[in-house]
Design a protein around this ligand. Structure first.
Ligand code: NAP
Length: 243
């Protein structure tokens, strides 16, 4: 038991979450990933984590649902020992100009990206408080720091994640729990598959002149999870976009 440590990674089936799960598995964390529907990608991630010699399991759960996240966290607590890390990474986009944005696109993005992180923190905080130990990393975005035209819903959700991170950090610091955020820029995943570096206008916005890789974000997450004295921080991984 003493040697066991478990991390929960939402949106761990693909993209950034998958790389975070694999990086943590390589450090000896058992891994519980939460995903919404891509069973084959989730199974691949579980298999690749297990290949690193740890226990891994995938849970279908809509992070936007208070009840589903409650039940899923309860199940993860039955399946795993010593849960010490939570990475709130699940996220979606439903882009559109604000003058035309559908109410449902506003609601779904806020529900998954912001309420999803709240739900997961809400259902793990009691455990972390009792254990006087816990590390939380929320994935925000440079869109939440700067705003992005065509992404009012996404930018608002990711700015909300920054506020949630700082409030949680202040509230849980006396219990020895840290809460930080990572704000990626343009990272090569399914979410950005329509963006190409042939678009020189995009490249001009990135001082380092290229898109980021999932490993760039995973390294930042691992760093924040490993640090006992950083809390309430927002670490940009954006090639310099929002400096
Ligand atoms: P991605 O490749 O589209 O993967 C999204 C992940 O979230 C998948 O695992 C998906 O599960 C899961 N997911 C989506 N809705 C969910 C829900 N309601 N409940 C549970 N899981 C759900 O995304 P990504 O690019 O890796 O992005 C990961 C995070 O980084 C997101 O929060 C995103 O906003 C943020 N981010 C990304 C970029 C970027 O450039 N890529 C930049 C800034 C911030 P399924 O596989 O089952 O669909």
């Amino acid at each position: 038991m003493a040697d066991k440590k478990t991390a929960i990674v939402t949106g761990g089936s693909r993209g950034i979450g998958r790389e975070v799960a694999l990086s943590l598995a390589a450090l000896g964390y058992d891994i519980a990933i939460v995903y919404i529907g891509d069973e084959s990608e989730a199974a691949d991630t579980v298999r690749d984590c297990e290949a690193k010699g740890v226990q891994a399991k995938a849970y279908v759960c809509n992070v936007a649902s208070f009840e589903e996240t409650k039940d899923t966290v309860a199940q993860i607590r039955k399946d795993f020992e010593n849960i010490i890390a939570l990475v709130n990474n699940a996220g979606i986009t439903r882009d559109g100009l604000i003058a035309f944005m559908k109410e449902s696109d506003w609601d779904s993005v806020l529900s998954v990206n912001l309420k999803g992180a709240f739900n997961m923190i809400r259902h793990t905080a009691g455990l972390f408080i009792r254990n006087k130990c816990g590390r939380i990393v929320n994935i925000s975005s440079v869109s939440g720091l700067m705003g992005n035209a065509g992404q009012a819903n996404y930018s608002a959700s990711k700015a909300g994640v920054v506020g949630l991170t700082k409030a949680t950090a202040r509230e849980l610091a006396p219990k020895g729990i840290t809460c930080n955020a990572v704000a990626p820029g343009f990272i090569r995943t399914d979410m950005t598959k329509n963006i190409t570096e042939d678009n020189s206008e995009l490249l001009r916005t990135i001082p380092l002149g290229k898109m980021g890789e999932v490993s760039d974000v995973a390294e930042a997450v691992v760093f924040l999870l490993s640090s006992p004295y950083i809390t309430g921080e927002v670490l940009r991984v954006d090639g310099g976009i929002a400096m």
